[in-house]
Every structure is written in C-alpha cells, then in structure tokens.
Write a protein that binds this ligand. Structure first.
Ligand code: CP
Length: 292
C-alpha cells in the first residue's frame, strides 16, 4: 500500500496536509463539523504492544466519537505472543481479518515501515520505539496553536530525555515544516544534541514554552543522575516568561522532571494536551478513512 495513506512519520506528510489536519481537529473541537462514519461499518484494529494510557484511550474515544468500531489487542497476555508468535505475524494475522485500518504502538523491534509495505490497509503510528510519535507531536502543536495562533518563530525548550524520546523525533520534523525552533537542556547523557545553555534558568529565559520529558528508562541502560538542576519547580519556573507555556506528553515522574504541583500551575497545558489528543486523533483517522 502507498505509505502516504498511512500515518507513520511526520517526515512523510506534507506541511499543507498537516495544517489541514489541525484545522479539521479544530472543527471537531468547536463542533462546526460533526462527522460520523457509523453507517460505513468501518473497523479499526488497535494493537498496543507497549503500555499506554493517554494514546490508547484517546484513540478509542476518538473512534467512538466518529462512530467507528474498534477491536483491541493489548500487551501479550492472553494472546499467542505468549506462545512465541512474533509481533510481525501478529500484525499480519490481525490484518488478514480485514479491519479497515490499524493503530499500532510498538517498540523498536517492529519496523512499522516494513510492516506497512506488507499490508493493504493503512497503519497509524501510536508511538513507535525511539522513532516517532506523530499524534503526540501534533496534539502538542494543536494545543500551542490555540494559545499562539501560529508557531512560526516560536521557541520551544525540550527538557530532559530528548535522546530516546519518540515525541522529539516527530517534533524535529514538525518544527522544520511549521517553522518553530527547538533547543534542548537536560543531563548530557540523554540529550539529542549538545545544549546551548549552561543552566536551566538560562534555558527557560530563552523559551516561549517548555516541554518536560520523562526519562525513557525502558529504552536504554544508561545510569543518569537526574538532579534538581533539570527539574521544573516553583523556583526554576520563575525563569520562564509569565506567558510561557508548560507541556509534558505524560506520564510524569513527580520529583524527577516536574514538581508535584505542576498540574495546578496556571501556565500548565498538560491536561489540555490530553483533551486535545482526542480531536487530533479523530482528524487523523477521518483523513485516513476518507482516502481509502
Ligand atoms: N504521551 C503518551 O504517549 O502517553 P501514553 O504512554 O500514556 O499513551
């Protein structure tokens, strides 16, 4: 199948298409479009081989709002993965049952591009190893667009484990397409590239928004001392502009990258990100289905 019908990576999407998708998501949120695929009988098979709360639930709620049917496979328990079946065979067998599209979360051991090339139905990436997490990056941008209108020229500080983060993989591409700037700060062992900053206060003073990230301990063995010099706290947040926004894709580790009152901080958009994830995923599924 033509990969353009799938949604695997930001790099394989046109900026114009991504802007269209964000406009569609906004229409769903405002209620100006009320699309329903119920009569179409379309079914999505959701294969979550890695744990998820936000992405899985919001894809499912999004599918419900669009009137789609969903079948789920979560983890390996109770599946033939426990009998040694491979991830690839699992995907191929589910696809053979002819759902209309797949939503897949997986580790690096599955190559979603190679999977897609074997299938005749679209695949939506719901978080792929260290590679990309396009729906998360798009919902981040959608959330900031609600505040700023346009992200062109805006400065986003990515704080923490940017090296192993698939969300950052998508933001690098999205920043290029939409014209925002990304810089990094955090422990040197887990930085995607060397930081321009000597301290968190300097980094926060540069930023229009800060995105804190969890240490991706499941993706590397490095022992990293995550000290308070890398943590968002009431003291460090004094260096962020009064109108500087705070994001986190979740899940958060309190006392590590963020303090435990972060959700009550007026500049936090963290739960708005989660709310908006539903509209962005509705738009992703609707666009893919309309191209079938
Ligand atoms: N942001 C994110 O992907 O969260 P989950 O792992 O809970 O889906």
């Amino acid at each position: 199948m033509n990969q353009s019908k799938s949604f695997l990576q930001i790099s394989s999407s046109e900026a114009l298409d991504l802007r269209d998708l964000l406009i569609l998501a906004q229409s769903y949120k405002s209620g100006s479009i009320n699309e329903n695929f119920k009569g179409s009988g379309k079914t999505g098979a959701f294969l979550f081989f890695e744990p998820s709360t936000r992405t899985r639930m919001s894809f499912e709620i999004a599918a419900n709002r669009l009137g789609l049917r969903v079948v789920n496979l979560e983890g390996s328990k109770g599946t033939s993965l426990e009998k040694g079946e491979t991830l690839l065979d699992t995907v191929l067998n589910v696809a053979a049952m002819k759902p209309d599209f797949l939503v897949i979360r997986c580790g690096d051991e599955l190559d979603l591009k190679a999977v897609q090339s074997k299938l005749r139905i679209p695949v939506l990436n719901a978080g792929w190893g260290k590679v990309e997490h396009p729906s998360q990056a798009l919902l981040d941008v959608f959330t900031l667009q609600e505040k700023w209108g346009d992200l062109k020229g805006k400065r986003i500080l990515i704080l923490g484990d940017s090296r192993y983060s698939r969300v950052v993989g998508s933001h690098v591409e999205l920043a290029r397409k939409l014209g925002y700037e990304i810089k990094y700060f955090g422990p040197s062992e887990v930085l995607r590239e060397a930081s321009d900053f000597k301290s968190l206060s300097q980094a926060l003073e540069w930023a229009d928004a800060v995105m804190a990230l969890r240490m991706q301990k499941e993706r590397h063995q490095d022992r990293v001392d995550y000290s308070s010099q890398f943590s968002l706290s009431p003291a460090t947040l004094k260096h962020l502009k009064p109108e500087g926004w705070i994001l986190h894709p979740g899940p958060m580790n309190y006392g590590v990258e963020v303090f435990d009152g972060i959700l009550d901080e007026p500049r936090s958009l963290i739960l708005t990100q989660v709310e908006n994830g539903v509209y962005v995923r509705m738009a992703m599924m609707a666009k893919v289905l309309k191209e079938l």
